[in-house]
Design a protein around this ligand. Structure first.
Ligand code: GDP
Ligand code: ZN
Length: 295
């Protein structure tokens, strides 16, 4: 291997990385401790020996997905073309998580797909209807029903020619789905994690699996919260598809849609056209981002 090769980061575990170059995986060290890399990054490397390379430089990222850590947004994956948000009625559905994932996707202009898993469970029926009514019919998101206990063939088709990031709360069935798409994935991850240092557990752990030459799946287990603190206050309205039709109708051009008179979005919320949970999330985020600006 020559100097200046381009590699793909396929695994991050704390500050440790695995870089793939021409189909071969190498453990990677970084030049400076301050530089943050994530799974999905394209990097220029220098070889050290048969097993190890040094990351020299990061190539420009097309997009970045963030997670939250102590009220700060930290990066988890890059160069994603599709965000797969897995939800399920069991163990406990978290609406805030779903909405946060959708906002993150909107902010990075990545198309999200909501995967309702465990649809084999009888109690899923009402849940499916509710999610479809709001997220598919009203907001226009793609919603796909799934049972990961089956073969996931419908889902496999959606992954073709995409780099997909699979996210969801613990217990929704992410590992089961990953193993259906990439047989043996869980044992590979366990092996990788074992072979690495156990020093830093608080950082992001993510793995990229190749499905075929043009499709990949990134799995980041244990992600419980999504990073929203990096969002731009000025752009917040654009991240809510149901707001867009109203945002030019407010009386004031610089309306924040909180308590201004003649606000079209607040009126739509009051008349029941905008979902209360989503409006409250917008409200809370506006306050948080405003506080951050004033801090
Ligand atoms: P993760 O924490 O998101 O990786 O979830 P797992 O893949 O470990 O799944 C959690 C539990 O849900 C396991 O007991 C799975 O067998 C079960 N499970 C996963 N998918 C389905 C499904 O589609 N239907 C049903 N009934 N159970 C499922
Ligand atoms: Zn307004």
């Amino acid at each position: 291997m020559n100097e200046g090769h381009i590699g793909l980061i396929t695994h991050s575990y704390g500050r440790q990385f695995i870089v793939e170059i021409a189909g071969i995986s190498y453990s990677a060290i970084t030049k400076s401790k301050k530089t943050e890399y994530v799974v999905g990054d394209q990097v220029i490397i220098n070889p050290i020996n048969q097993q190890q390379v040094q990351i020299i430089e990061l190539l420009p990222r097309h997009n970045l997905i963030y997670r939250t850590d102590q009220n700060r947004s930290k990066i988890i994956a890059s160069n994603i073309s599709q965000l797969l948000i897995v939800i399920a009625i069991k163990p406990n559905f978290n609406l805030h998580f779903l909405n946060s994932c959708l906002l993150s996707a909107e902010a990075e202009q990545i198309s999200p797909i909501i995967l309702i898993n465990k649809t084999d469970l009888l109690e899923s029926t009402d849940f499916i209807a509710k999610i479809n009514a709001l997220y598919a019919v009203q907001l226009g998101y793609k919603v796909v029903c799934l049972s990961a206990l089956d073969d996931c063939s419908g889902l496999k088709k959606l992954l073709n020619n995409k780099s997909s990031l699979l996210i969801g709360q613990s217990g929704v069935g992410k590992s089961t789905i990953t193993n259906q798409i990439v047989p043996g994935a869980s044992t590979r991850t366990a092996r990788l994690s074992k072979s690495e240092n156990s020093g830093c557990h608080t950082t992001t752990n993510a793995t990229l699996y190749h499905i075929n030459k043009t499709s990949s799946l990134i799995d980041c287990p244990g992600l419980q919260e999504f990073g929203l603190y990096h969002l731009q206050l000025d752009n917040l309205t654009n991240l809510f598809p149901e707001f867009r039709q109203y945002s030019n109708l407010c009386k004031f051009r610089n309306c924040r849609h909180i308590n201004e008179p003649g606000c079209a979005i607040t009126t739509a919320f009051r008349t029941g056209t905008i979902d209360p949970e989503r409006f409250n999330l917008f409200h809370n985020l506006t306050c948080q981002l405003q506080q951050k600006l004033n801090y």
